[in-house]
Design a protein around this ligand. Structure first.
Ligand SMILES: NS(=O)(=O)c1ccc(C(=O)O)c(S(=O)(=O)NCCc2ccccc2)c1
Ligand SMILES: [Zn+2]
Length: 228
């Protein structure tokens, strides 16, 4: 099949030809309009809680649009908030970034793009037996989105990841991450978030994602969020 991408001939406007779900009613990403976002009191009742382990021997892949770290963690748990009674487990985390720090995030806030966006992808282990099965159901996946803001201080955990990118200059290349990574450190201190029912943002665009996008960005340096 033709390789999907972000050009006029293979980008989001034509994905629906190859991937029918891309033409659906709950497609991501979206522009988050803060004026019409409603605060949902029972979300505050059930706090969103997460627990991750520190992981070593992780592999990183150049996806061609950023990087992806495969991080299946049977000991991780994401629950509460919009996730009902189900428990979700970390599968992988990856980032979306752009050629410059002026753009790169997938979600926008009141039309504003951030320099990049980190996604921690989880799947519903209460209801489903595998990640692939969960991705076929409307409550199968939960993705935590964290915006990257460019500032003067670098993020040590992100540095452990992007310091390996020189070894995977081309799409499809893998390498090992020598350091131990703790996904908890990627999350901002302010835990306010927006949530909505959406989809994978790349083909096959399955409409299976409960999106949880943190309001507070984390700060990284220009070098940490633009590919060279
Ligand atoms: N921006 S996002 O969080 O929506 C997202 C982006 C890329 C991927 C991916 O394929 O790695 C993923 S994934 O890891 O969820 N894989 C989706 C493709 C897939 C579907 C069903 C089974 C295996 C893979 C998610
Ligand atoms: Zn993503």
């Amino acid at each position: 099949a033709a390789e999907w991408g972000y050009s006029p001939t293979n980008g989001p406007d034509v994905w629906a030809r190859l991937f029918p779900q891309a033409g659906g009613a709950r497609q991501s990403p979206v522009d988050i309009c803060t004026s019409i976002a409603s605060s949902d009191s029972n979300l505050e009742m059930k706090k969103l809680t997460f627990a991750y382990e520190s992981q070593s021997d992780l592999r990183i892949l150049n996806t061609g649009h950023g990087w992806k770290v495969e991080a299946p963690q049977s000991g991780s748990r994401l629950e509460g908030g919009p996730l009902g009674e189900d428990i979700y487990q970390l599968e992988q985390f990856h980032c979306h970034w752009g050629e410059t720090s002026a753009e790169g995030s997938e979600h926008t806030v009141d039309g504003r793009a951030y320099a990049g966006e980190l996604h921690l992808v989880h799947w519903n282990t209460t209801k489903y037996q595998s990640f692939a099965e969960a991705a076929q159901h409307p409550d199968g996946l939960a993705v935590l989105g964290v915006f990257f803001d460019v500032g003067n201080e670098s993020n040590d955990e992100i540095e452990k990841i992007v310091s390996t990118l020189s070894e995977i200059k081309f799409k499809g290349q893998f390498t090992d991450i020598p350091d131990v990574i703790d996904p908890t450190t990627f999350l901002p201190s302010g835990l306010g978030y927006w949530t909505y029912l959406g989809s994978l943002t790349t083909p096959p665009c399955n409409e299976c994602v409960i999106w949880i996008v943190y309001k507070e960005p984390i700060t990284v340096t220009e070098e940490q969020v633009t590919y060279h």
